[in-house]
Each structure stands twice: as structure tokens, then as C-alpha cells.
Design a protein around this ligand. Structure first.
Ligand code: HMG
Length: 390
């Protein structure tokens, strides 16, 4: 049975910071951020957006009534979830009006969560070919003001419908995954910002890529020349390039050029959004699919997923006929063009805003947020969401 990505949606909040201006404020040469790190703009979540609303807004653009009935499993990958007990999937299930005869869960393993969700979804569809699974990756990456990680923050979500006979990408069965306990990046429950050993995290990312890639080649007999493109988890766009460069010598000159060009295209959305942890790899896939004109049906696309701590996986998909007809390129180009730039001081203020933790009632101004689904406030320690379309 063919199983894979049938639909893919994306949402990022309407605010962003220009990395050149952030660099100036931090006394750093702008080229460090734009070339050395490879980021142009950083998405910023206002207080009216959280991982739940970002994911629900991403799903809103792709779901029709048939999906709402057929989806019987919501898998929400996140590492910035809003509750240690209740899953973010349950909130999204309600906000989207999905069939109540469904499962809704949250999955966590740093940036790897949505990939775990996709693999779980694949198993579910294999057992229940008529059903569809909604897989969400949604995060707000926070390292803190004036930290080395600051230039690699971001906010956004990707939503995917996984089904049999998918319209966009059939996921192939062979994949390679690898786990080792390391402390390259982590976030203790008491902290709303991540802790990171930046150098170690970069080294481990490359090392995990090398391990799963070597194992993948020996397991499948395939090599670099069999790929049209490889998409990477992108904490920042230079990171995937460093990994790609470690294997380019294995391809012919034509393949090297193709993979390098396609890599650049696959980073175009990420370069303007920043790290969105669980969704970053899928935002890169979306950039490739939406920004590249001429990918042939049957092309094989490699996907490298990395979640600090750490779990890595290399898996692949085959592009389906007329996949372009199932994308939402116009929505995404207006999403980007309608965003508003904030100054560095506005960003700092928004970054420090917090919700009450004493059970008090707190109302938020959702009129300032153009998103359809927003956080409207809090009361009795409960988050209050609003879907303006209902
Ligand atoms: P840093 O230490 O400030 O930066 O932070 P640096 O000194 O290493 O410089 C970065 C690059 O800019 C270097 O290039 C410099 O040469 C270059 P490289 O040698 O790496 O190719 N540079 C310049 N280039 C042009 N013009 C200039 C200039 N100046 C310098 N004038 C770091 C960088 C990424 C470590 C930091 O931002 C950080 O800690 N970020 C967070 C951690 C991270 O993103 N790690 C990535 C791998 S781990 C991962 O992907 C998992 C993750 O997504 C979490 C999860 O799984 O949940 C993070």
C-alpha cells in the first residue's frame, strides 16, 4: 500500500525581526547572521499565538469536510507544549471541529517529534487504510535575548494529512534511525528557554547524519545519485549545508550541482522563519515543493530528521503526479508578504511578555492578531482559545 503526505499546510505568526537589524543591536557583523548562520528574518509569536494556535492555523488551510470526518488520529509533535499533562492535540482537535471518534496525542523528542508522528501515522494507515491522520509539528524556539542561540529562534507550524494513495509524497518503507543519550540541547521543565551546548549540537547533528546516511546506503544499495534533493532539519540554514557538504563528493558533478541548487531552494522559507523545531524539516520540504518549478514525478527526496538529545532518522519519499495542484503556494506568498516587521526593542518587549500563573483572569486583544485562531486569554489556570471563523 502507498502511504504518505496527502496535504501539507504551514503557518507562521504575522510578526518578524530583521536579522541585519538584530545583528547591529547585538554588535555583531550582519553577515554573521545572514551568511554564517544563514538567516534573514526571524518569526516572532505575539502573546496571542502559542504552539496550539500555530498548529491549528496551519491545519486550517488544508482541511476540508471529508478530512474532518476521516481523520481519526491527531499526532502533535512539539517541544514547547503548553501543558505537562493534557496533549496539545486535544485542543487542536476541538478548534478544528474534527470527528470525535479520534485519538489525539502529543509526541516529544525535541525536533524529531513530528517525524515520530509521521512514522506512527504510517503504521496506523497500514492497519486502517480508510482513515487519515493529522500530523502537526509546531514550536516556538526560545534561547533568550542576547544569547548565542538568539539568532536561531523562530515560531511556526506545519500540518500534514497522512493517508493511503497520497497526492504529494509517498513515503518509502526503508528508513534508518539512531538514538544516543547526549546533552547537546535540552529544556528542563522549570525553564521556558532552551539550554544548549552549541558546538556539541552542531557536531552531533553532523555525526548523526553521517551514521544514518551510511547505514541507509548499506541497507538499501542506493546512493547520492538516486536523489533529486535532500531536505534537512534546519535549526538554521547553514546547518543542513554543512551536513550536505560532507557527502557531496559521493555524487557526479551533475548530482552535486543538482543537490546544492535544490538545497538552496529547500531553505528559502526557513531562512525567513527561523527554527521551528519539530516543523523545520517539513518547512524545508514545503519550500522545495513550492519554490522549485520542475521536479519530475517519481523523484526521490531524502529527509534527515534530527532531534537533540538525540534521535536522528533518514527516510525518503517519492514525488507524486500533479503534486503541485495540492499545494497552497499563493496562501504562503501572501502570508510572507503580509507580515509586519517589528523593531528590536518591540521584539524584546514581546519576547518578555508572559501569561499569568496565579489563576487570575486575563483577556488578550485578538483584534491585533490577523490569525483565524488565537489565544484569547486565561481564566482559572485554563487557556481560552478562539476560532474567529466559528
Ligand atoms: P556562535 O557560537 O555565536 O557562532 O553561535 P559561531 O562563532 O560559531 O559563528 C557561526 C558561523 O558564522 C561560523 O560559520 C562563522 O565562521 C560565521 P561556520 O564556521 O560554522 O561555517 N561567521 C561569519 N560569516 C560571515 N561573515 C561574518 C561572520 N562572523 C562569523 N562576519 C550557534 C552559533 C549555531 C552555535 C548558536 O546560534 C546556537 O547555539 N544555536 C542553537 C543550537 C543549534 O541551532 N544547533 C544546531 C544543531 S542541533 C539541532 O539542530 C537541534 C535543535 O533544533 C533543537 C532540537 O532538536 O529540539 C537546535
Amino acid at each position: 500500500m502507498k502511504i504518505g503526505i496527502d496535504k501539507i499546510g504551514f503557518y507562521a505568526p504575522h510578526l518578524y525581526v530583521d536579522m541585519n537589524k538584530l545583528a547591529v543591536q547585538r554588535n555583531v557583523e550582519p553577515e554573521k547572521f545572514t551568511i554564517g548562520i544563514g538567516q534573514e528574518k526571524m518569526s516572532l509569536a505575539p502573546i496571542t499565538q502559542d504552539p496550539v494556535t500555530l498548529a491549528a492555523n496551519a491545519a486550517l488551510e488544508i482541511l476540508d469536510e471529508e478530512d474532518r470526518e476521516a481523520i481519526d488520529f491527531v499526532i502533535f509533535g512539539t517541544e514547547s507544549g503548553i501543558d505537562s499533562s493534557k496533549s496539545a492535540g486535544v485542543y487542536v482537535h476541538d478548534l478544528l471541529g474534527l470527528n470525535p471518534y479520534a485519538r489525539a496525542i502529543e509526541v516529544k523528542q525535541a525536533c524529531y517529534g513530528a517525524t515520530a508522528g509521521i512514522q506512527m501515522a504510517k503504521g496506523h494507515i497500514a492497519l486502517n487504510p480508510q482513515s487519515k491522520v493529522l500530523v502537526l509539528g509546531s514550536d516556538i524556539a526560545r534561547y533568550g535575548l542576547n544569547t548565542p542561540g538568539e539568532a536561531t529562534q523562530g515560531a511556526g507550524a506545519v500540518a500534514m494529512v497522512i493517508s493511503a494513495d497520497p497526492n504529494i509524497l509517498v513515503l518509502e518503507d526503508q528508513s534508518v534511525y539512531f538514538t544516543t543519550d547526549i546533552m547537546d540541547f535540552w529544556r528542563p521543565i522549570y525553564s521556558d528557554k532552551a539550554f544548549v551546548d552549541g558546538k556539541l549540537s552542531n557536531e552531533q547533528y553532523i555525526s548523526f547524519f553521517s551514521k544514518v546516511w551510511e547505514q541507509y546506503k548499506s541497507k538499501t544499495g542506493l546512493g547520492l545519485n538516486d536523489f533529486e534533493a535532500i531536505c534537512y532539519h534546519l535549526p538554521y540554514t547553514k546547518m543542513g549545508l554543512k551536513a550536505l557538504r560532507t557527502v557531496l563528493d559521493e555524487g557526479t558533478e551533475e548530482v552535486r550541482e543538482r543537490l546544492t541548487n535544490n538545497y538552496t531552494i529547500s531553505t528559502s522559507y526557513n531562512r525567513n522563519v527561523g527554527n521551528i523545531y519539530t516543523a523545520s524539516l517539513y518547512l524545508s520540504l514545503l519550500s522545495l515543493l513550492e519554490q522549485k518549478d520542475d521536479l519530475a514525478t517519481g523523484s526521490r527526496i531524502g529527509l534527515f530528521s534530527y532531534g537533540s538529545g538525540a534521535v536522528g532518522e533518514f527516510f525518503t519519499g517519492i514525488l507524486q503526479p500533479n503534486y503541485k495542484d495540492h499545494l497552497h503556494v499563493d496562501n504562503h506568498s501572501s502570508l510572507f508578504s503580509l507580515r509586519r516587521e517589528v523593531t528590536v526593542s518591540e521584539y524584546e518587549e514581546i519576547f518578555e511578555e508572559t501569561l499569568p500563573t496565579d489563576g487570575s483572569t486575563f483577556k488578550l486583544d485578538v483584534d491585533n492578531d490577523p490569525a483565524s485562531i488565537c489565544l484569547a486569554g486565561m481564566a482559572d489556570d485554563k487557556r481560552l482559545y478562539i476560532n474567529k471563523l466559528k
